[in-house]
Design a protein around this ligand. Structure first.
Ligand SMILES: Nc1ncnc2c1ncn2[C@@H]1O[C@H](COP(=O)(O)OP(=O)(O)O)[C@@H](O)[C@H]1O
Length: 334
């Protein structure tokens, strides 16, 4: 399809952006030969994912406008590492690549983080990029990896913990585990809880490799977005798991997306929601004008291709310049 003159003009905005940032998702590195996803429909390039990360970092380091930060959208190493006793070594290898990046990296936590490490180990690791918020500390959020930061006046990024309610990464003895078990059992009759329920399509999200936000995290997010609305900020919300059904397959959707979406839509500050998890990627604009972008996964990207992007942030829009499988997009604010 030919770009309209208006679209072309938007893409070619030559004015200096307020700042830029990098995007990369689902690296899932492992020192293993290529494999396939569960259904055998997508090839996974476990070793080569490191080379694609290297390509991305080289590109970001050479950009004219250096990215202010990079969003690593989760699943940095594959769960298979655990089986081979290689979790620490694999993580170190990937982090070593990231250390060559001149921009600060924000690490989001996905299901594969919890296959490899306990939640408390993650909190004391380099994968904890938490920036302490400006609001009063809330003790109920102590076991939740959610934070926010403002890279430039009038812009804010919120990193969510999509496995706050989950069967992975929570001790069986804790209340959140019991709550999660009840939620999943209510919707998924299968013995194997990674197998999606078959009858009601939207119930396909109630699988063990997904999760959701606790009421405490929802309340925290609501307070934060209320304050951003008042300050006239533009907010981008970041999570491993997507929250809009049109931006992902149902089996990769956050359990309580139906509570999160209305909350985001009610806050005029929210302009964009970024996620990984669904390696095929996805994109939609919701009914209130929030852009939902699911970034294509590095792990299922062939060696001769790429999967990373740079976002140029302006006062009225963000321009995504994608590489390889990732498309260019203009994201006008609502
Ligand atoms: N339909 C299914 N039935 C049973 N187990 C499944 C199904 N789909 C995925 N799984 C299991 O769920 C886990 C996560 O699936 P996978 O596709 O590997 O997730 P990811 O994309 O995060 O790597 C794996 O252990 C996989 O074997």
């Amino acid at each position: 399809m030919m770009a309209t003159p208006q679209r072309r003009a938007q893409m070619e905005d030559n004015a200096a952006p307020a700042f830029t940032f990098g995007l990369i998702a689902d690296i899932q590195y492992a020192d293993l030969k290529d494999g396939y996803n569960f259904h055998g429909t997508r090839k996974r390039y476990y070793r080569n994912s490191l080379h694609l990360l290297r390509n991305a970092i080289r590109h970001w380091n050479e950009e004219k406008v250096k990215p202010s930060f990079i969003l690593q959208l989760g699943d940095i190493i594959d769960g298979f590492n655990r089986k081979h006793g290689a979790s620490g070594k694999a993580l170190e290898k990937v982090l070593d690549e990231f250390r060559g990046c001149s921009a600060q990296v924000h690490h989001v936590w996905g299901n594969h983080e919890f296959y490899n490490f306990t939640r408390s180990a993650l909190f004391s690791s380099e994968l904890n990029s938490e920036v302490k918020g400006e609001e009063e500390r809330d003790d109920r959020m102590d076991d939740v990896y959610a934070y926010h930061f403002s890279p430039a006046p009038k812009f804010r990024f919120v990193v969510l913990d999509a496995y706050d309610l989950s069967l992975i990464g929570r001790e069986e003895s804790c209340e959140k585990y019991s709550q999660s078990f009840e939620i999943i059992k209510e919707h998924n009759p299968n013995e194997e809880l990674n197998q999606p329920a078959g009858l009601i399509p939207m119930d396909g999200r109630f699988v063990k490799f997904n999760g959701g936000l606790s009421q405490d995290q929802l309340d925290w997010l609501d307070r934060l977005l209320t304050s951003a609305d008042e300050k006239g900020e533009k907010v981008t919300v970041v999570s491993h798991i997507p929250v809009h059904p049109y931006s992902t397959s149902t089996t990769c959707l956050t359990w309580n997306y139906d509570e999160i979406l209305p909350l985001l839509c009610a806050h005029k500050s929210v302009v964009c929601f970024l996620a990984g998890h669904d390696h095929d990627g996805g994109y939609c604009v919701d009914s209130t004008g929030i852009h939902h972008l699911t970034v294509e996964g590095v792990i299922e990207t062939p060696p001769d291709c790429d999967a990373f992007g740079t976002v140029y942030v302006y006062e009225d829009k963000m321009i995504l310049r994608g590489n390889g499988r990732i498309k260019n997009r203009v994201l006008m604010y609502r």
